[in-house]
Design a protein around this ligand. Structure first.
Ligand code: SF4
Length: 488
């Protein structure tokens, strides 16, 4: 059987031929099986797609399996001939490439093509997706007069979802791509008939989407140039192109920031570097101190008053407070049920933190969420502003004063904990990642009725354990930093 392309295969091939080859030849590869986070993204995308269709009254869905290509194409033709006001998943096959158009509507002199995206803006990477559809439709004798990307609208706020969608006209933007599509399809199909292509690693591994095969292609070397602190994919790949593959390959004349220089020193000397300034930096934490961490939900279609698409809203916190004698008090909150939990969460957090002089966080994430709560829970604005005034961020203290070779260029709490407090890990926990926590919270809140009680209780406990471990990790990292600061 000759290989056949689809929208998603074509766009994967535009990103990287090797990625497409693996997708086609190893569809069951473990890297391609959606994890909970990706599956949630798909589910939310499907919800957005279904809502988008409601904006086209009288539209007809090609409700046949994706494998029933001939039947789908035939039904699409019939609906066109019958004058359907809109066809959802309108299906076409040409040049060995199958596409299902999200929304196809008849228009003066031809048809209008709408590609639905669950992002909250139109992005460059949407263009090849739209362009391959225009190509296949024109090869099928359908004249496209206009192309839109219909995406979520940042200005929409729950509960008024009447402006949930916004359309960006990309008719002109896809035109320059059209001339190359036939050639690219031929190149992809020929490549798929051959062995795994040899593609060097590069920026395409990160953009427009992080490739699932990074583990296969990228070296795991701790000294790789991509491990340089704050390097970013673009700068890192520029280095690769000039033959700088390892941090040790950097020329002596290379401009580096203070943190990068400290990293290189720590790597060369194979030991932790602690700046004398650490002691003074820790002064801000010498008081009645609390430690706060949030977990959030993030929904494409907003769910609570005032929320915009994909806005993050806190739904869980963990809080440890030092009693000043080496012991700690713990408080926590985790939303239950679909109602807006933010007033209840804010009240519980204000109560828990009221005696603290300062509240430590790790990164500015909590500060941003507390500012959001000031809008969402105006009756507690004064208390939340007071709490914001108490926040003190531990991350810059580590970043500006300490580097351990095992940080591997990252100051995320997990890397720092692993290096500074190796005896405390997340290994005994079921949930070990904030993105998974977010998806699990949303599942508990919004589809709880479909989850057996036993599973519900177990996941709830897993979430509580995870968030508690984050604040306890902060406690232990601070203890270790104090030891380091007082070690001559
Ligand atoms: S990691 Fe990079 S080179 Fe490897 S398949 Fe993915 S995009 Fe291609």
């Amino acid at each position: 059987m000759p290989h056949r392309l689809s929208k998603s295969r074509y766009t994967a091939g535009v990103q990287c031929h090797k990625l497409l080859w693996w997708k086609v030849h190893e569809p069951l590869a473990v890297e391609l099986q959606p994890d909970k986070v990706l599956q949630d993204r798909f589910d939310q995308g499907a919800q957005v797609g279904t809502l988008a269709r409601t904006r086209f009254p009288g539209g007809v869905l090609i409700d046949l399996p994706h494998t029933a290509v001939a039947e789908r194409v035939k039904l699409t033709r019939k609906l066109i001939d019958d004058g359907a006001p809109a066809i959802f998943e309108a299906s076409f096959l040409a040049d060995n490439t199958f596409v299902a158009v999200d929304i196809l509507t008849p228009q003066e002199g031809g048809f209008h093509l709408t590609e639905v995206k669950s992002s909250s803006s139109q992005k460059e990477e949407h263009l090849p997706d739209a362009a391959v559809q225009v190509h296949v439709l024109s090869r099928s004798g359908i004249h496209i007069t206009g192309v839109d990307v219909m995406h979520l609208n940042k200005e929409c706020h729950f509960p008024d979802l009447s402006n949930l969608f916004e359309c960006t006209d990309v008719t002109a933007a896809v035109q320059p791509l059209l001339g190359k599509i036939g050639w690219e399809i031929d190149a992809q199909l020929a490549m798929l008939d051959g062995p795994l292509p040899d593609v060097p690693i590069g920026l395409q591994c990160h953009e427009p989407y992080k490739c699932p095969f990074m583990e296969r292609c990228w070296p795991k070397d701790a000294g790789h140039i991509m491990r340089l602190y704050n390097i970013g994919p673009k700068k890192g790949c520029d280095f690769l192109l000039t033959g700088v593959n390892r941090i040790s390959d950097l020329p002596a004349t290379q401009k580096l920031n203070v943190t990068q220089k400290r990293q290189i020193r720590a790597m060369k000397e194979g030991r932790i570097i602690v700046e004398p300034s650490l002691k003074e930096a820790l002064g801000a934490f010498d008081c009645r101190l609390g430690f706060l961490d949030f977990e959030t939900i993030m929904r494409a279609v907003p769910v609570w008053p005032g929320m915009a698409p994909w806005e993050q809203a806190p739904a869980q916190f963990s809080y440890h407070e030092s009693n000043g004698d080496g012991t700690y008090t713990h408080a926590e909150y985790l939303a239950e049920g679909p109602k807006d939990c933010r007033p209840e969460l804010a009240r519980a957090m204000v109560e828990a933190t009221k005696n603290a002089e300062r509240v430590a966080t790790y990164s500015a994430f909590e500060k941003t969420r507390i500012r959001g709560l000031q809008e969402a829970v105006p009756e507690l604005r004064a208390e939340l502003e007071a709490l914001e005034g108490k926040l003190v961020d531990l991350l810059p203290v580590v970043r500006d004063n300490v580097y351990h070779p095992d940080f591997l260029g990252s100051f995320s709490l997990k890397y720092v904990l692993h290096s500074l407090v190796p005896e405390l890990t997340y290994d005994d926990l079921v949930i070990v990642d904030g993105l998974v926590a977010s998806v699990e919270i949303a599942r508990l809140l919004f589809v709880a009725g479909k989850i057996p009680q036993e599973e519900h209780d177990r996941v709830r406990q897993d979430l509580l354990n995870y968030c508690e471990r984050d604040t306890w990790a902060m406690v232990k990292v601070l203890e270790r930093l104090r030891e380091l600061a007082s070690t001559p």
